[in-house]
Ligand binder design. Sequence first.
Ligand SMILES: CC(C)(COP(=O)(O)OP(=O)(O)OC[C@H]1O[C@@H](n2cnc3c(N)ncnc32)[C@H](O)[C@@H]1OP(=O)(O)O)[C@@H](O)C(=O)NCCC(=O)NCCS
Length: 163
Amino acid sequence: MSESMWQPLLPSDLPFVDALADLVHITLQERPEVFAERLRLFPEGCKKLVLGSKIVGYGISHPWMTCSVPALDSMLESLPPSPNCIYVHDIVVSTDARGKGASQAYVQQIKSLATSMGIKYLALVSVYGTEVLWKRFGFKKFKSAMKELETYGPFAKYMILHI
Ligand SMILES: CC(C)(COP(=O)(O)OP(=O)(O)OC[C@H]1O[C@@H](n2cnc3c(N)ncnc32)[C@H](O)[C@@H]1OP(=O)(O)O)[C@@H](O)C(=O)NCCC(=O)NCCS
């Protein structure tokens, strides 16, 4: 992580985010407007990972309610007026930048952001067997009946971190 760093995501970065998402999320595709909407609604939670002058990752998060997940590829329209969590919508680190703690650093920044907003939980949907990784950062599996979770595939797990 010493060479790469998280920086604010800008609207002009969105084509890179879309390209990276298309490459990584073969079975879980989302429309470009989904990322664009998150950035418009909550730029504070949207970051790019930069190595040299190259974007090698992104993280997208926004305030939300626990025990609720937006369906994959859906628009939010607006943020809840009294959110109790920050929902980590997506983190991608490209293969050449993985294993250097970048995702951990992003989660740490979102934790600090939540704290500054008086929010005590982070939540996410774990896919691709990443549950072990999120557990390491303090997330725990949380069972809650949400039909939207099915849109993330049969092995998706809802997880919450209590800050
Ligand atoms: C998951 C991801 C964001 C992790 O990024 P990262 O910056 O490499 O994460 P960190 O360096 O903080 O942690 C790396 C650790 O995560 C582990 N890890 C990464 N992907 C994993 C997976 N699918 N299942 C289990 N562990 C995984 C690595 O093995 C590594 O463990 P180690 O430290 O014991 O070697 C990155 O691998 C990625 O972009 N994957 C594809 C997209 C994805 O799965 N996004 C998350 C969806 S919930």
